[in-house]
Design a protein around this ligand. Structure first.
Ligand code: ADP
Ligand code: MG
Length: 326
């Protein structure tokens, strides 16, 4: 059983960045206004996420790492909303099967923080009372320590760190009310955004002023296809070597290859000399139309009327792009 759990966990958490993404989403769900990520060796050796959110109650420590246990179901109105988020209660459980996991947390109501280590989905000892501020600190050490092949295949911490910078930067743009920090242990922050910021300022901080000053805003709403979209895009782009595309669907960072290709095509058609666009797109869809069979850690999503929605979005972007160039 331990082996099966480990294999399943390795599917959910394929790289350090997957663990970080899940934990950032937990910190966002806990209404944090500051999230600091610290790593060693691209997260392979050590990941620490510190937030100032609602915290975990002492009595809930027992269950946070149990598979399919989530405190969040009551927040969703119906099953179809859960569908947006896919399977629940898997992230911390998975991490505990393939890494050394320690959680320290304090809620607003408790006098002290509690701290405990977890192994294979279970508390290793009962939580210890320690001094601490409100919020949660999660430490993940020696990821894949019990998966030799995976560990051997992933010794390049620098490459993993690039993936982490990419994901933390995208979350910082999309969640600009939350302050984000990302750094290597004992070094300065590589990403630092303040709380109560806005998307443009965070794009400037993370992607540079050359992109930020060219941004045009777009807002699209389509009642027939039941979607809303807003975001920012450049009509020229001097500094990146590839198409920088930030796509959030119902507030989850996802990939949608079809949509990406179509937007890329618009840029190549209308701005042939500047084929390296930046697009940040936040798309809201009826959760019932998103493919629930896609596991949340498989970032590629599909949804109903995908072709029509892509078509409609692409033409709105095209119109905006042409308008801004006249
Ligand atoms: P899920 O997010 O789907 O509920 P997770 O395994 O990601 O499952 O987290 C399990 C539970 O642990 C959450 O439901 C939540 O109650 C608690 N939790 C995890 N991280 C935090 C955090 N940063 N702050 C508060 N509670 C947390
Ligand atoms: Mg979660």
């Amino acid at each position: 059983e331990a082996v099966i759990n480990r294999i399943a966990a390795g599917e959910v958490i394929q790289r350090p960045v997957n663990a970080i993404k899940e934990m950032i989403e937990n910190s966002i769900d806990a209404k944090s206004t500051n999230i600091q990520v610290t790593v060693k060796q691209g997260g392979l050796k050590y990941i620490q996420i510190q937030d100032n959110g609602s915290g975990i109650r002492r009595e809930d420590f027992e269950i946070v790492c149990e598979r399919f246990t989530t405190s969040k179901l009551r927040e969703f109105e119906d099953l179809s909303t859960i569908a947006t988020y896919g399977f629940r209660g898997e992230a911390l459980a998975s991490i505990s099967h393939i890494a050394h996991l320690t959680i320290q947390s304090k809620t607003g109501n408790e006098k002290c923080a509690y701290r405990a280590a977890f192994v294979d989905g279970k508390l290793q000892e009962s939580p210890k009372a320690v001094a601490g501020v409100q919020g949660t600190q999660i430490v993940v050490e020696d990821l894949f320590y019990n998966m030799n092949v995976r560990r051997a295949a992933m010794k390049n911490g620098a490459e993993e760190y690039q993936r982490i910078i990419d994901v933390v930067g995208k979350y910082a743009v999309h969640n600009s009310s939350i302050g984000f920090g990302l750094k290597k242990f004992n070094e300065n922050n590589d990403i630092r955004t303040p709380p109560n910021s806005n998307a443009i300022d965070n794009i400037r901080t993370i992607y540079g002023n050359l992109i930020a000053r060219e941004l045009i805003n777009f807002n699209v709403e389509n009642d027939e296809l039941k979607f809303k979209a807003h975001g920012y895009m450049t009509n020229v782009n001097y500094s990146t070597k590839k198409f920088t595309f930030l796509l959030f669907i119902n507030n989850r960072l996802v990939d949608c290859t079809g949509l990406k290709k179509c937007i890329d095509q618009v840029y190549t058609t209308y701005l042939p000399k500047h084929m390296h666009p930046f697009v940040y797109l936040s798309l809201e869809l009826d959760p019932r139309t998103i493919d629930v069979n896609v596991h949340p850690t498989k970032h590629e999503v599909h949804f109903l009327s995908e072709d029509q929605i892509i078509e409609s979005l692409t033409s709105a972007i095209e119109t905006k792009l042409l308008g801004s160039n006249n």
